[in-house]
Design a protein around this ligand. Structure first.
Ligand code: ADP
Ligand code: MG
Length: 289
């Protein structure tokens, strides 16, 4: 993938290390089943992410997308060693736990119900790692700026229960981006939103990504969402999941409806749907052209 293909990436700070920002090498993940047998979920997965870009991860339901995403974020399940074999590296260093340059956003935004919008976005700066990194004045400035950027400045003193699903997801996105991550991992973040809100959130993500370039790895069921947002589209097979397709899209953001309805996109769309069907997707993907 070239910098020209990604457009905005040319302005991103150069990585000093020759190693890729994120590298997952020969990843295998197995989980023990209740009957004692081992279930192989991921098999020989190799992925690198070098420079700021939006990378869409698709695959049949249950194939191991969340497992892979959590692994990239250094999040370990309590019941199992992960990965079973292979390694994840950030800047060439083994990633064996949560990394300060990496944040995750989930479908169920994980906002604290007892905190206002502003307190929710400020929340990570209360942890010692971030207290050390960012002085309190800068933290509050960043939070106020980020609330403007996600369009929630006027909701800053409200509580999550007073907000819509889309607004709650904006809070979660603000809390992630306020940390200025180099890697943003998103697990079906817009999957529970209605179509109009999802479309608004997709636009917002593109604008925020242009303003805060980073490697986004975004899991989705929605083939159209992948083609609308992705600089790169990665498709996993059914279990044990391997990478069965990995291609780039050079069309610049924002991508128009006209582009989305064009022949080139139709070809990409059919290609991904064919992979998912061949992998036993059985209607588990969402199709929203
Ligand atoms: P996806 O996100 O693609 O739907 P997941 O990564 O959540 O898939 O899960 C892949 C498979 O691994 C599923 O069969 C799931 O039941 C199993 N699995 C996920 N996490 C665990 C775990 N901590 N322990 C045991 N099995 C797990
Ligand atoms: Mg999942």
């Amino acid at each position: 993938m070239t910098a020209a293909a990604l457009g905005k990436t040319a302005a991103a700070p150069a990585q000093t290390a020759a190693k890729p920002l994120v590298a997952a090498t020969d990843i295998v993940q197995e989980y023990e089943q209740p009957d004692g047998k081992m279930l192989r979920v991921l098999d020989s997965v190799n992925l690198t992410f070098e420079r700021p870009s939006i990378n869409m991860l698709l695959g049949p339901s249950g194939c191991g997308k969340s497992t892979l995403l959590r692994m990239l974020g250094g999040v370990r399940p309590w019941n199992v060693a992960t990965p079973t074999s292979g390694r994840v590296e950030i800047d060439g260093q083994a990633c064996v736990g949560p990394h300060p340059d990496t944040v995750m956003v989930f479908q169920h935004y994980a906002n604290r119900p007892d905190m206002t919008v502003r307190e929710n976005v400020l929340y990570p700066f209360g942890f010692s790692e971030w207290k050390r990194r960012v002085p309190p004045k800068e933290a509050t400035e960043r939070v106020d700026q980020m609330l403007q950027e996600v369009g929630l400045a006027d909701k800053r003193d409200q509580y999550p229960s007073q907000l819509s699903g889309g607004q709650n997801q904006r809070v979660a996105l603000a809390r992630a981006l306020v940390l200025r991550p180099r890697v943003l991992l998103m697990d079906e973040p817009f999957g529970a939103l209605d179509a109009q809100t999802r479309s608004n959130m997709q636009d917002l993500l593109c604008r925020l990504h242009a303003a805060h370039p980073c490697v986004v790895v975004f899991v989705t069921h929605d083939v159209t969402e992948a083609l609308l947002l992705g600089d790169r589209v990665i498709v996993l097979s059914t279990q044990p999941a391997r990478i069965i397709d990995d291609f780039t899209i050079t069309e610049r953001q924002p991508r128009s409806q006209q582009w989305l309805m064009g022949a080139d996109v139709r070809v990409m769309y059919e290609r991904v749907v064919a992979h998912l069907r061949a992998s036993g997707g059985r209607g588990n993907m969402r199709v929203t052209v």
